[in-house]
Design a protein around this ligand. Structure first.
Ligand code: GUN
Ligand code: ZN
Length: 435
């Protein structure tokens, strides 16, 4: 029963601040710890010996000793409708959209297809330890229903929205400024803040929306307090050049969104590679978020995200898998490739900071850190149980680590869904690996 008082025991790790700002005091590590959970929320987090001795004897304890328990991963950018084209060969962004993405998204006009993919997608997220995701559906309103229904059944936190796209795309995927507005409004009324679900106004990117649609997207975002907005910006150089042609009046690609009132708290922009410091400063000043999607940026040959500059200017940053441009549902693999992107950019990503970005940092970037992101009192009890020695190679490599930082770095570099022993939502087990 989801309401019961229960305890979880194992090695606990969570963050209370950004390791890039606060160093070692940002990390709380309990080699043998206990989480106490009531009504799906954390009521205590502390050392096992002290906590267990004062708990009534009848309280059930799930014993995960030997495993590492962290807050559930937060994927700040993903496309559920691209599940079936992950790993498609040979193209950069614009050709990849035409050749693979638009044809596969067309199939979501069929609600039965949408429901089947949505179920697989949510199960795959849980199998990878992701407990909160911010996802694109397709242009079809029923594709949003399918995703929210699948997430709701599993008690997952999901932010999602209907793609707005009324030009420069195939006719079979186009809405209009008016239908896009009306359909989004109806979906907001139906889904936003229902259970753990939140709505995001979703203009695909500036090239596929008319000025009328851009205006109405900004209006939807302004008219519904608490609603999100998600889009893409400055991912690929060909895309940036195209935006310059389509919107010659704008100072930059980001400025297009600014002109249509689409920057602000709870707006989340994937990629943010080809920005200048004026753009980054504008994102910081408006409270907008960058979603860094390393597996996608490398796979589509898009470019190298500048994390240091984003951090120096005070922009909120989360990590996204960007499946199907991204090549893995695993946030561990996203962290692995984030490290490599930053290596190519002459920057560093410590393991602590990487796991902060996948948990509390992601929650902060989505303005959800009052509800999720760490094990503080009152947070929703979403967590992932990691097996640090899930494969023979991992077990060997782990035997040669000395510090927590080394172990975490090996997990993010070599790990993937094989390391996820279990995933819990609101305290309850939502996925368990078959052994
Ligand atoms: N830009 C516009 N649409 C998309 C998409 O579906 N994926 C990625 N990676 N970039 C986009
Ligand atoms: Zn994307």
């Amino acid at each position: 029963a989801p309401q019961r008082l229960h305890a979880i025991r194992g090695e606990l790790l969570h963050f209370v601040a950004d390791p890039a700002d606060q160093g070692a005091t940002s990390t709380e590590h309990l080699p043998d710890g206990v989480l106490l959970i009531e009504n799906g929320h954390i009521t205590e987090c502390g050392p096992a010996d002290a906590l267990l001795s004062r708990l009534p004897a009848h309280i059930p304890v799930t014993d995960y000793r030997g495993k590492l328990i962290m807050p559930g991963f937060v994927d700040t950018h993903i496309h559920y409708a691209q599940t079936d084209i992950i790993g498609s060969y040979g193209e950069q962004l614009l050709a990849w959209l035409e050749k693979y993405t638009f044809p596969t998204e067309r199939r979501f006009a069929d609600p039965a297809h949408a429901a089947e993919v949505a179920g697989f997608f949510c199960d795959e997220l849980l199998k990878n330890g992701t407990t909160t995701a911010m996802a694109f559906a397709t242009v079809h309103p029923t594709s949003v229903d399918a995703l929210f229904e699948a997430a709701q059944q599993r008690h997952m936190r999901m932010i999602a929205g209907k793609v707005l796209m009324d030009r420069n795309c195939p006719d079979f995927l186009a809405d209009t400024a008016e239908t896009g507005y009306a359909d989004s409004k109806a979906l907001i009324e139906k889904w936003h803040e229902r259970d753990r679900l939140l709505y995001a106004v979703t203009p695909r990117f500036a090239p596929t929306s008319s000025r009328e649609q851009m205006t109405l997207a900004g209006r939807l975002f302004a008219e519904h307090p608490g609603v999100y907005l998600q889009s893409h910006v400055a991912e690929n150089r060909g895309e940036v050049a195209w935006v310059t042609e389509l919107y010659p009046e704008a100072r930059s690609y980001l400025d297009v969104y600014d002109r249509y009132h689409q920057l602000g708290v709870r707006s989340v922009y994937a990629h943010c590679i080809w920005l200048d410091d004026a753009d980054r400063q504008r994102m910081a000043d408006t409270g907008a978020t960058m979603s860094f999607c390393p597996t996608s940026n490398l796979f589509l040959g898009s470019g190298l995200f500048d994390l240091d500059r984003a951090h120096q200017l005070g922009v909120r940053v989360g990590i996204g898998t960007d499946v199907g441009g991204g090549t893995s549902f695993s946030m561990l693999q996203a962290l692995n490739e984030a490290y490599k992107v930053l290596q190519l950019n002459g920057q560093q990503l410590s393991a602590e900071r990487a796991f902060y970005l996948a948990t509390l940092g992601g929650a902060r970037s989505l303005y959800l850190d009052d509800r999720i992101g760490n094990f503080k009192l009152g947070k929703e009890a979403d967590f992932v149980v990691i097996d640090p020695a899930a494969t023979p190679l991992l077990a060997r490599r782990m035997a040669h680590t000395r510090t927590l930082a080394e172990r975490l770095f090996v997990i993010m570099t070599l790990g993937d869904d094989r390391c996820i022993a279990a995933t819990h939502l609101l305290g309850e087990r939502a996925y368990v690996a078959q052994s």
